[in-house]
Ligand binder design. Sequence first.
Ligand code: XMP
Length: 504
Amino acid sequence: SIVILDFGSQFTRLIARRFRELGAYSVILPGTTPMERILEQNPLGVVLSGGPSSVYDEGAPHPDPRLLESDLPILGVCYGMQFLAQQAGGTVERVGKREYGKAELTRYGGRLFQGVSGEFVAWMSHSDSVTSLPGGYEVVAATEDTPVAAIENVERRRFGMQFHPEVVHTPKGIRLLENFLEVCGAARDWTPQHIVDELIESVRAQVGSGRVLLAISGGVDSSTLGLLLARAIGEQLTAVFIDHGLLRLGEREQVESALRPLGVNLVTVDASEQFLSALAGVSDPEQKRKIIGREFIRAFDREAEKYGPFEFLAQGTLYPDVIESAGGEGAANIKSHHNVGGLPEDLQYKLVEPFRYLFKDEVREVAALLGLPEAIRMRHPFPGPGLAIRILGEVTREKLDILQRVDDLFISGLREFGLYDQVWQALAVLTPIQSVGVMGDYRTYGYTAALRAVTSIDGMTAEFARLPYEFLETVSNRIVNQVHEINRVVYDVTSKPPATIEWE
Ligand code: XMP
């Protein structure tokens, strides 16, 4: 594998993703990881990431000195390059202004630039620079402001880049990473099929003949996990899908018909009565969430009891969740994730988390290979509390029924117009606002539905999607004509921040 030592750059994960896109398995470890643990990964090469520190600061994080004495190829990016240079006897200083943004290389060459031609735009983000070069190293690239933009010591297979080859703003950067893989002699066999085979093997090795419980939410992660576990351990798996009654129209049936034919031992439970009576009379958003979380655990425990005992609990934890909470040294401490309704932390089960080292797009590729239908595989995110946080105020069966029909018209419309995959998430909200309308010759007094669609990378920030007016017109007509309780449709044109994506 390629080991990426993380010194705190916001781009570290991107480096790992790029290598994987190139078919090479890569893992991220904290920057100060001891050599023994690095070697456990059977590294063929090591990347030192960027980071916020200055190499000359007291207490700046350093990799294990034994790494630098080893014969492993090393690529230092930004802080990583400065560290390589300084450690080999060069000088790193804060010179003049901080360079941030796109810069064109005025010259480039050397081993990692092999096969690159034409203009080379590099993304810079640094305030320190290498000002004198250590022995054995050569400058192989420069920009107007940064005379030392890339260095190499070919003999020792040590390379440094002041810019970030992993970001999209360095369009030809992927080629440099590919060349580094070549220098490392890294295999390029990290394919979805390879991932599936390895995951199946590791699940079998972990659980043996033990029984495994899995909560299915209907999203891509838990559904894919269900398929994987069914392949790996067949009937030792019991997958439980709690229908809390707050789902989209036809969602339970969709999940059942996707998973059962592929051999997933799936139990579905209609717990809508339990959830709705617990929610009766409650209109505070946070309280609704809490109640749903609590009832989910109750319902899940009940099923676990009924079909148990189970030795293992499977969870669709992804790599970003694990890295995010990696507490520096030692084992990563996993944050409590909320894949479904949020499970308690004091579980009596051992955890099975086969996707711990996968990114979301890798899970989607695995899903395709395992036969998960496109409609689930490419689905928008859907919150655990479901439609309850899209009905402002109290949740009732009647309101759920109205919102399900509105939502269905909106979402199927997006698919029909080829817009579904262009937005990150889309949802309908049932507001308590009633207003006057006219249909035929009659006065109406009905509810207002709000539609929201956003573009986003990760849901942390979002912009409202610029949906075409013709589409909005069609959908608005359909909703008002087919859902009689609604006589007005509005489109939410707020971004996040200041608004959130969900209305509650
Ligand atoms: P907000 O509304 O905070 O949503 O901008 C960001 C993303 O998180 C989802 N979301 C939730 N997911 N439980 C979940 O599992 C929740 O309580 C919850 N609240 C919001 C939301 O759908 C969006 O994708």
